[in-house]
Design a protein around this ligand. Structure first.
Ligand code: UD1
Length: 417
């Protein structure tokens, strides 16, 4: 299994270009099921979750014409299967995004139920409740969700908890349903706004994306999708924090500063200097780095997907910070690994109390999930000595060419096969 080896202590300097957003492209790929003809996507990140989603679509019968550099051309009109098998869904939970589009186009879907995952139970009960509200019959048989419906019918759907993929799944399904659907307590993430915009360009009628209430008038068909995927906000913030923890100065380009506003605010509170351009952010380390508290929330709150990386930064700050995780129930597994590098972190329920220390030291550590892997790489970049991070397949799921991008900024980082 691959390992990443980092020799820390080098201040990162230079410019890094942000790739397309993983969390934006996955629902867009699933949405191609709703269309007939050639869909053309640009700025697609070459990460494993994207190849898994494309494999899943091919397994359903879609034809991949082209995947070169960052461009994908995919024809979903040839899809004939409606089953997403266990081996594909078990490697990527977002595979459940095909459920809504399959139900809308074929009136049936059989999708393996995703199991729990390292960061929490992550049920999809709210997706299923939404499909039932739209008239589908949903059963669970032999570990598979089986959905059938003659024709989805518009309805009022209320999400008990804000769910990102749940909102995307229902928005896609309702686009081809009969009549009006109202989604209440919807997710407001930029990836949801983007999905609505792209579906509308393909002929859907969606209003209110970015607010709590999304209203969808069903249409009978959608044209093929043609779009450029928006920049990855989580990758953006990860490189901003990389600059701060290595006492460096990094300019992140091809990003959307508004999408990382909550992080910018918190980093400024910690003393980090941040200057935003129209599509770039310059980050210069703080002197001294101050401790600040954070609490994760759905967008526009502080994203749970930055919690681990921010915790790494706080291990090096000058005081004590409280990091509260409210989105996932078990998202502190990186804390014990950071502890192996000299960090002082105590977990009390949903809160991590981090006492800053002047230095971290290199150590062998293990990645447990995607963003935890990023936090350990950041810690390795900041630490004295060598850090060996194992189970790095997590990082390959969502960060494009991370070692290459960090090396370009001056980091001493390599992969051992
Ligand atoms: C998405 C993101 C992920 C991010 C997360 C929260 C993608 C592909 N992934 O994941 O990177 O960390 O949003 O911002 O976009 N829940 C239920 N029932 C459901 C659905 C969700 O109880 O049916 C709960 C979850 O267990 C969790 C919370 O709602 O506690 C939020 O989860 P959700 O927004 O659905 O996360 P994902 O869409 O899976």
């Amino acid at each position: 299994m691959d390992k990443i080896i980092v020799e820390g202590g080098i201040p990162l300097k230079g410019t890094v270009t942000i790739s397309g957003s993983k969390n934006a492209v996955l629902p867009i790929l699933a949405a191609t099921i709703l269309t007939s003809g050639k869909n053309e996507l640009e700025n697609v990140p070459r990460v494993r979750d994207v190849t898994t989603m494309i494999e899943l679509l091919q397994d359903l019968g879609a034809e991949l014409d082209f995947f070169e550099k960052d461009k994908v051309v995919l024809d979903s009109s040839s899809i004939y299967k409606t089953e997403a098998p266990y081996d594909l869904v078990s490697t990527m939970r977002a595979s459940c995004l095909v459920l809504g589009p399959l139900l809308a186009r074929f009136g049936k879907a059989r999708v393996s139920l995703p199991g729990g995952c390292a960061i929490g139970a992550r049920p999809i009960n709210l997706h299923l409740k939404g499909f039932r509200d739209l008239g589908a019959e949903i059963d669970l048989n032999n570990g598979y969700i089986e959905g059938t419906v003659k024709k989805l019918k518009g309805a009022r759907v209320f999400f008990d908890t804000v769910t990102v993929t749940g909102t995307a799944n229902l928005m896609m399904a309702a686009s081809l349903a009969e009549g009006e659907t109202i989604l209440e307590n919807s997710a407001k993430e930029p990836e949801i706004v983007f999905l609505a915009e792209i579906l509308n360009r393909a002929g859907a009628k969606i209003e209110g994306a970015g607010s709590d209430t999304i209203i969808i008038q069903g249409v009978s068909s959608l044209k093929p999708i043609s779009c450029r995927i928006l920049p990855d906000r989580i990758e953006t913030g990860t490189y901003m924090i990389a600059a701060a923890v290595t006492e460096g100065e990094v300019e992140v380009v091809n990003c959307v500063p508004e999408h990382v506003e909550s992080l910018i605010q918190k980093m400024r509170e910690a003393g980090v200097e941040i200057v935003c351009g129209a599509s770039s952010i310059k980050t210069k380390h703080a002197n001294p780095l101050l401790s600040v508290d954070i609490k994760t929330h759905p967008y526009p709150g502080f994203p749970t997907d930055f919690q681990a990386q921010f915790m790494t930064m706080m291990t090096l700050a000058s005081g004590q910070s409280a990091i509260m995780e409210t989105v996932f129930e078990n998202r502190f597994m990186h804390a014990a690994e950071l502890g192996r590098m000299g960090a002082n972190i105590i977990i009390e329920g949903h809160t991590a109390i981090v006492k800053g220390t002047p230095n971290l030291c290199g150590a062998p550590v293990m990645a447990t999930d995607l963003r935890a892997s990023a936090s350990l790489i950041l810690a390795g970049l900041a630490a004295k000595g060598e850090t060996v991070i194992s189970r790095v397949y997590h990082i390959d799921r969502g960060y494009e060419e991370m070692e290459k991008k960090l090396s370009k900024l001056g980091a001493n980082i390599r992969r051992s096969k």
